[in-house]
Design a protein. Structure first.
Length: 148
């Protein structure tokens, strides 16, 4: 998503190329997951990012957006709750990443692993209900028993 000041026009989706070409982009620091995606998208399109500010904290970036300092690329979870002074614009095409779980066949998972997977499923469901679907996939159903 592109987080913009609440009063910014136009509304609605923003082409990724237009978002990358802005001269008021507020970015997370290099090496963080979302920043790597933004850098890769810029390189693929031949755009050069004009970062006004680079910060580690999503909360600080969103505070700057609310103050009118620029626009920031943020994950949907950062805007799952409404933030005063900030509006989300969907990127077209969207940037997203998949997170997976890998295990060895035939290995039993401890209860803590199932608790972690349940927490991820719940967080994903809460995010989707708050923001609408953002990815092409969903978490697979939890297998029966402890042998999955």
């Amino acid at each position: 998503l592109l987080a913009v000041p609440a009063g910014e026009q136009p509304t609605g989706p923003v082409p990724l190329a237009d978002a990358l070409a802005r001269d008021d982009v507020l970015l997370s620091m290099r090496g963080l997951g979302l920043r790597a995606q933004v850098d890769a998208a810029a390189a693929a399109s031949g755009d050069h990012l004009h970062a006004r500010v680079e910060m580690r904290s999503q909360r600080a970036l969103l505070s700057m957006v609310a103050a009118g300092a620029g626009a920031a690329f943020v994950p949907a979870v950062s805007l799952a709750a409404e933030i005063e002074g900030v509006r989300a614009r969907q990127l077209e095409p969207p940037l997203y990443r998949q997170i997976g779980w890998i295990r060895r066949p035939g290995r039993h998972l401890p209860p803590a692993a199932f608790a972690l997977l349940d927490g991820i499923r719940e967080a994903h469901a809460n995010l989707v209900s708050a923001t609408g679907p953002r990815t092409s996939g969903e978490l697979p159903p939890r297998p029966s028993g402890n042998s999955a």
